[in-house]
Design a protein around this ligand. Structure first.
Ligand code: GLY
Length: 357
C-alpha cells in the first residue's frame, strides 16, 4: 500500500483484499459494516470477500444510481447501523462509485455524531474525485448534494483491479475529471492523457495517471478544504456541465453520465475563457477536437438556451451576484469567481452549436 495523497488519506493498493484486511485489524467483526450498491455488489464485492470482519449480516446493498442518493436511502443506512448494534467505534466501508461513497460518508459522519469510514472507490470518477476530499452528502427535492457535511475518510483505497470492470462509457466519464485536473493544474500531463485509447486501454498506464490526478485534487483540498477560494478550481466545466446533466435527465430516457456532461461543460468554459480571459484559441481548439472525438457533442438546440440559462442561474456555486465560473487564462492556470452574463453564456452556447471540429 503506497500513500498517494497524504492529506486526503488516499492509498494505492495492488492487493485490495490484503490491504483492507490490514486496515481492519484494529476493528472486530461486530464493528465493521459494509455499504455497497447493486452494481458494485455484482462486480466488485468478490474482490474483498473472505476478510473475516466483513460478514453478510453487516453488509447493506442499496439501489444503484444518483436517483437513490436520497433521504430514504440515508435513513435505511442509519437504521441498519442502529439495528445491528453499531457504536462510535464502528467503521463503515463504502464500496462503489461516487454514490455509495458520498452517501455512506454522510451517514457515517452523522451516525452517533460521526464514526470512521473507509472508501473503496470502484470507478475512475470516484477514484480521482468523489471519494476523496471530504465532500459527503445526499440529494434533496431534485437538488444535487443539497444536504451534506465535509468529512475526510479514514482511508481511501484506490485499486486498478476495479477499473478493469468498467465499460467504455464509465471509463470516459471518469476520464473527464482527469482531463479537468490536468487543465487546471498540470498542463504537462494533458498530452499524455490524450494518448489513452479507450478501445484498448493500457490499464497500468491508466492507474499511474489516476494517481497523478488524485495528487492534483489533494493539492486543492489541502490549500482550501472548505472551498472558500482555490478549491473552486475543481468546479471548472461544472457550471455548464451540471446544466447539461440536468437537461439530459429531464429530456432523455438514458441521460448522459456526469463526466460526459462535464466534458461538454469544459468545452463551453474554455470558450468562455477565450472570450473573458484571453485563453489562446489554438490551445483551446486542440482540446475541443479531442473532447469532440472521444465524447461526441452535447445535443440541444437554440430553443433550449433559456432552459440551460435557467439551470445555470440556480447552480448552488453562485453566490447571488450572477453565474459563477472558474476560467483558464492559460492551460494549467486558474481564475476563480468570474461572473458570466446571460448574453456571454448564450454566445458560448451558440458557438458550441456551430462548432464543427
Ligand atoms: N468535486 C469537486 C470538489 O471536491 O471540490
Amino acid at each position: 500500500m503506497r500513500t498517494v495523497a497524504a492529506n486526503c488519506n488516499v492509498y494505492a493498493s495492488d492487493n485490495i483484499k490484503a490491504d483492507l484486511a490490514e486496515l481492519l485489524e484494529k476493528y472486530t467483526s461486530k464493528q465493521v459494516f459494509l455499504l455497497t450498491d447493486e452494481g458494485s455488489q455484482k462486480y466488485c464485492l468478490k474482490l474483498i470477500e473472505g476478510i473475516s470482519q466483513i460478514t453478510p449480516e453487516h453488509t447493506l446493498v442499496i439501489r444503484q444510481g444518483d436517483d437513490f442518493k436520497n433521504a430514504e436511502a440515508a435513513i435505511s443506512i442509519w437504521e441498519f447501523l442502529s439495528a445491528n448494534g453499531a457504536t462510535r467505534k464502528s467503521v463503515l466501508i463504502n464500496l462503489g462509485g461516487g454514490m455509495p461513497c458520498d452517501l455512506g460518508g454522510f451517514c457515517a459522519s452523522t451516525f452517533k455524531r460521526g464514526i470512521d469510514f473507509i472508501n473503496i472507490p470502484t470507478t475512475i470518477l470516484a477514484q480521482v474525485d468523489a471519494s476523496l476530499g471530504g465532500k459527503t452528502g445526499m440529494n434533496l427535492g431534485g437538488l444535487k448534494n443539497e444536504i451534506g457535511v465535509f468529512s475526510i475518510a479514514k482511508a481511501v483505497l484506490v485499486s486498478g483491479e476495479f477499473i478493469r470492470t468498467l465499460d467504455k462509457e464509465n471509463l470516459l466519464s471518469g476520464y473527464a475529471e482527469m482531463l479537468k485536473h490536468a487543465l487546471i493544474r498540470d498542463a504537462q500531463s494533458l498530452n499524455e492523457l490524450m494518448t489513452i485509447d479507450f478501445n484498448n486501454p493500457d490499464y497500468d498506464k491508466l492507474s499511474r495517471l489516476i494517481c497523478d490526478s488524485i495528487a492534483v485534487k489533494n493539492y486543492f483540498v489541502t490549500e482550501d478544504p472548505k472551498e472558500q477560494s482555490v478549491r473552486k478550481a475543481l468546479n471548472f466545466g461544472h457550471t455548464f456541465g451540471h446544466a447539461f446533466e440536468t437537461f439530459s435527465m429531464r429530456h432523455n430516457d438514458h441521460p448522459i453520465l456526469h463526466g460526459k456532461a462535464v466534458a461538454f461543460g469544459m468545452v463551453c468554459e474554455l470558450m468562455l475563457s477565450e472570450k473573458k480571459c484571453g485563453l489562446n484559441h489554438d490551445d483551446a481548439k486542440r482540446i475541443y477536437e479531442y473532447i469532440n472525438s472521444q465524447y461526441g457533442k452535447m445535443e440541444f438546440a437554440e430553443s433550449d438556451f433559456a432552459e440551460l440559462l435557467e439551470l445555470m442561474t440556480h447552480d448552488k456555486k453562485n453566490d447571488g451576484n450572477g453565474i459563477n465560473f472558474t476560467l483558464l487564462p492559460t492551460i494549467g492556470e486558474i481564475s476563480i469567481n468570474n461572473i458570466g452574463t446571460k448574453e456571454e453564456i448564450s454566445q458560448v452556447l451558440d458557438s458550441y452549436l456551430k462548432m464543427n471540429a
